[in-house]
Write a protein that binds this ligand. Structure first.
Ligand SMILES: Nc1ncnc2c1ncn2[C@@H]1O[C@H](COP(=O)(O)OP(=O)(O)OP(=O)(O)O)[C@@H](O)[C@H]1O
Length: 322
């Protein structure tokens, strides 16, 4: 087994590129070819034990990246190693060290009961029987699958199937788990339970998780770090609070005055809206609210104050459009 060098991250991506050549008919028998740069100049490193959100608008290059990380797609340029292995050249070895879950399609056998699907995976991966029993017992209990083990996959609800898929991806103790839209179509309670499970998995087993999702609440609930990809390349890599700052968004101080009055004038904040005695003042996300609150409270008769944090959806929208 290849181990990572001391400088190499568990997932090591440098100047990664994937271009597709697309042939189009351009009238009559003539064909023209165009190149689509799905991913280019993409670099990031992920350490063992991190839980990272990988987000971007439709067509940004997320799936193309995940496919290269799992070895399904061969990069057309750059450097890529996962657990010290070049994915497309060592797909089988790598498969023993990673788990993949796609929210939109199952990797389980449609006509088989869950139990048989799991047993088959034990044989395919050559999982030690004692370890297999232990893992199965743990995940079946944590993901509440006990009463579903004899049900064929095609009869499971979306949420039940997702729990089955996650168990299937974890039975062989992967170091890295890729999750592609794991909460898509799930109700609020199922989403919450799944997030709790993933958080615990990351904390107790130290599983490295790369999460692709359009549901930004998944990211807010789970990921300290987020990589934003747009037009095939990374446009942000950092913590969620930094993303708020980088997105250029503002926080809002909502002030309820005792009496209606003219717009409040304090350094560092601007009145954006005024409705009777209530005024909305915006100030930069990276500025401290304390001096602004103190200035307002000392110069005006205030009944109440509150701070509204920026909505992450707005932050991301700013970033994509900016
Ligand atoms: N096999 C392919 N042949 C040609 N172009 C492709 C191929 N796969 C992807 N692309 C193009 O590469 C770009 C990135 O696509 P990709 O599927 O990676 O985006 P994505 O971020 O996963 O999008 P979504 O959020 O919609 O799933 C798009 O312009 C897409 O049309």
């Amino acid at each position: 087994m290849v181990s990572t060098s001391s400088t190499e991250k568990l997932i090591d991506v440098r100047d990664l590129e994937r271009t597709f050549v697309v042939r189009k008919r351009s009238g009559g028998l003539r064909r023209t070819t165009t190149e689509v740069r799905a991913v280019h100049d993409l670099s990031f490193g992920i350490e063992a034990g991190e839980m990272v959100g990988y987000i971007g608008p439709n067509g940004a290059g997320k799936s193309t990246t995940i496919k290269m990380l799992t070895g399904i797609l061969v990069p057309t340029g750059g450097h890529l190693r996962v657990a010290g292995l070049e994915p497309s050249k060592h797909r089988t070895d790598l498969a023993r060290r990673i788990g993949v879950v796609f929210g939109q399609r199952t990797t389980l056998w449609w006509d088989l009961p869950l139990r048989d699907s799991f047993d088959l995976l034990q044989k395919i991966y050559g999982i030690d029987p004692a370890r297999y029993r232990e893992n199965l017992e743990e995940y079946v209990a944590l993901l509440d699958l006990h009463d579903l083990m004899d049900t064929p996959v095609r009869q499971l609800s979306l949420g039940q199937r997702m729990r089955g898929d996650i168990t299937a991806a974890l039975l062989h103790d992967p170091e890295v788990l890729y999750l592609d839209e794991p909460t898509i179509g799930l109700d609020v309670i199922s989403k919450g339970r799944l997030r709790e499970f993933l958080r615990a998995l990351n904390q107790t087993r130290g599983t490295t998780i790369l999460l692709t999702t359009h549901d930004l609440q998944d990211i807010e609930a789970l990921c300290r770090r987020v990589i934003v990809i747009d037009h095939g390349t990374s446009v942000f890599d950092g913590t969620l609070p930094d993303l708020h700052v980088r997105g250029g968004s503002t926080r809002t101080l909502v002030v309820d005055l005792i009496d209606e009055g003219p717009p409040i004038e304090v350094a560092g904040a601007t009145v954006r809206r005024l409705d009777g005695p209530r005024q909305w003042l915006s100030f930069p996300s990276d500025a401290s609210a304390a001096p602004i609150v103190a200035a307002v409270a000392s110069a005006y008769d205030v009944a109440d104050l509150s701070i509204q944090e920026p909505d992450i959806e707005d932050v991301i929208r700013d970033l994509y459009l900016g």
